[in-house]
Design a binder for this molecule. Structure first.
Ligand code: SF4
Ligand code: SF4
Length: 222
């Protein structure tokens, strides 16, 4: 899929993956944000006759802009999708730009950071529908464990999950980026480093050129 041009940039709601990112292997945590109060206008009840316009309720808040790991929110209400981790790990089918890989961290399917810091989301309730529950322990799985899934395991364990639609090669691509970033960390324990390097080496000759390229990039930090 070709990258969009500047002219094709849209002000988008950045977290279409919000409901599925709970199923990532991303084990990051966030400090509890200080929740700013939305401005008085935003807090006022809306007329049922007034048209709803997206993105007009931020007041002076800029939390999401500061929280975005890749600087994808380039201005209020404007996302450069080419830098958004949700685009890079879900929609992009080819190679992830090398300069953005270190910024992705261990987010292997989407990103919710802008949602996590948004004060409006303090009103959000957990969905009562089972489909939104974490499946197969994906919130506790290690990158190495997931990287060792066979294609059959990928297809079976992610049946019914939105993650499955990216396909096995992109799944491995994303995991390889996360593992490469782990290897670039100075705080990674030696045992974990060894396990990651061994797992990556086992896929150095993967049949997918996309996977091989990302594995090679990851191993450059071994
Ligand atoms: S915080 Fe994450 S989901 Fe939001 S715009 Fe940035 S990269 Fe995309
Ligand atoms: S964090 Fe939420 S309220 Fe604040 S600027 Fe971003 S979208 Fe608006």
């Amino acid at each position: 899929m070709p990258l969009p041009t500047d002219a094709e940039l849209h002000a988008v709601q950045a977290s279409d993956a919000a409901n599925v990112a709970n199923a990532t292997a991303d084990s990051r945590s966030h400090d509890a944000p200080t929740i700013p109060q939305p401005d008085a206008e935003a807090a006022a009840p809306h007329s049922t006759h007034a048209p709803e316009t997206a993105g007009a309720h931020c007041g002076n808040c800029t939390r999401c802009i500061g929280a975005c790991p890749t600087g994808a929110i380039v201005a209020p209400y404007q996302v450069d999708a080419r830098r958004c981790i949700s685009y890079l790990t879900i929609e992009l089918k080819g190679s992830i730009p090398q300069d953005l890989r270190p910024l992705i961290g261990n987010r292997v399917y989407g990103c919710d950071d802008c949602q996590l810091v948004c004060p409006w989301n303090k009103f959000a309730q957990a969905a009562p529908v089972d489909d939104f529950d974490v499946r197969h322990g994906l919130d506790r799985a290690s990158l190495v464990e997931l990287f060792e899934w066979t294609e059959d395991e990928f297809d079976t364990r992610l049946q019914g999950s939105a993650i499955r639609r990216i396909g096995y090669a992109c799944w491995l691509r994303n995991l390889a980026v996360g593992m490469g970033n782990a290897l670039r960390s100075t705080t990674l324990p030696a045992e974990a480093r060894e396990a990651i390097v061994e797992a990556l080496r086992r896929r150095a000759d993967d049949t997918s050129p996309l996977v091989r390229e990302h594995v090679q990039w990851a191993l450059e930090a071994a």
